[in-house]
Design a protein around this ligand. Structure first.
Ligand SMILES: *Cc1c(COP(=O)(O)O)cnc(C)c1O
Ligand code: SF4
Length: 330
């Protein structure tokens, strides 16, 4: 049995903080930062599930979980290297909800909705609702996948695909199943970390219902995100035969120090999750204050290699527009 916190995950999704004033009150943050936070949230609204906020330290405006979601005045300062569509994806994904950049793998933008608004999100300037594949487009996407035998793996992405109901996810899994050249189903999601209650027996069953062995790639940036009933939810996934990997984004003042990254890898491993990627920040405008330079990132990884077994060291990667894979930095 997976323990529950009370409200359904749908209720928790709907009751996320979306007003800066409310989050400031709840966390007892000094009001001086409020005007700039409000100004920054006008362009990309605040969105923080209460469960996630409950893991933050009250009265600490520099809390590493808070910094990931807190609108800040710095976001509004233009920077020549940081743009609205750093990966050049908007054009490609808007029309169909499918996005292929790499051989054999296709991103399926299953929905535009996310449970959280990460301030460093490279899709923060996307017209999210427009980008999500509406249901009547799914048929078209499935037809395209059927006609493209080179696609061996479908990656459900978004937005966050686990914001979809079990019914809709089940429809997707069912529709992919007869496409025999598709061998692997991957789901990129931050939801388990934000709303561990999303992990239910039904969800695990529906992921296993098809012919493919599912891989869940989580998004956890800091060891303090692993608390509450998340470890139990992760155990349930592991026991359900689901492979768990994690991708993090390297973020200044959040996780750019070796102790934090070591602890993150070790805590994840104890919950059955292996580190996959540590991403360099995508240069999206509004996120410049999170940047960690390449030489600092390289030193951090070197440090981790000296302290952890190889399988607990994530691959340090950068995404370059036009490249045929993510670029691994050494
Ligand atoms: C990151 C990404 C993938 C997956 O790449 P892997 O290296 O296989 O994890 C696939 N498609 C797109 C568009 C991506 O951005
Ligand atoms: S969970 Fe991922 S897609 Fe959603 S806002 Fe955060 S970074 Fe963006």
């Amino acid at each position: 049995m997976i323990p529950r916190t009370g409200a359904s995950w749908q209720q928790q999704l709907a009751s996320a903080f979306n007003r800066v004033e409310e989050l400031f009150d709840y966390l007892e943050i000094p009001q001086a930062q409020l005007p700039s936070a409000c100004a920054a949230s006008a362009g990309f609204p605040l969105r923080v599930p209460r469960e996630f906020a409950s893991r933050m330290e009250k009265g600490n405006p520099a809390d590493p979980l808070l910094l990931q979601v807190l609108p800040r005045g710095e976001e509004l300062i233009p920077h020549p290297r940081f743009t609205t569509d750093p990966l050049d994806e908007q054009q490609q994904s808007e029309s169909s909800g499918l996005l292929q950049k790499y051989h054999g793998r296709m991103l399926f933008i299953a929905t535009g909705t996310c449970a959280v608004h990460c301030r460093y999100c490279f899709r923060r300037h996307f017209p999210y609702t427009a980008a999500g594949t509406v249901r009547n487009q799914w048929t078209e996407s499935m037809e395209l996948l059927t006609r493209t035998p080179s696609i061996k793996e479908v990656i459900l992405s978004g937005g966050d695909p686990l914001t979809l109901s079990d019914g809709r996810l089940s429809d997707l899994v069912r529709a992919l199943d007869p496409i025999s050249h598709v061998k692997r189903l991957r789901i990129h999601t931050r939801l388990p970390t934000l709303l561990p209650d999303r992990i239910t027996g039904e969800l695990i069953d529906l992921m296993n219902r098809g012919r493919m062995k599912p891989v869940l790639v989580l998004h956890i940036n800091h060891p303090r995100e692993i608390s509450g009933n998340l470890p139990d939810a992760l155990s349930a996934l592991v026991n359900g035969g689901i492979t768990l990997l994690n991708q993090s984004v390297l973020l200044r003042d959040v996780n750019n120090d070796p102790d934090t990254l070591c602890e993150l890898s070790e805590s994840m491993f104890s919950c059955g999750v292996l580190p996959y990627y540590l991403h360099m920040l995508d240069p999206v405008s509004g996120a410049q204050h999170f940047e960690v330079r390449e030489n600092e990132a390289g030193k951090l990884i070197q440090d981790l290699r000296g302290r952890l077994p190889g399988y607990l060291v994530p691959r340090l990667a950068r995404e370059l527009p036009g490249a045929d894979s993510k670029t691994i930095l050494t």
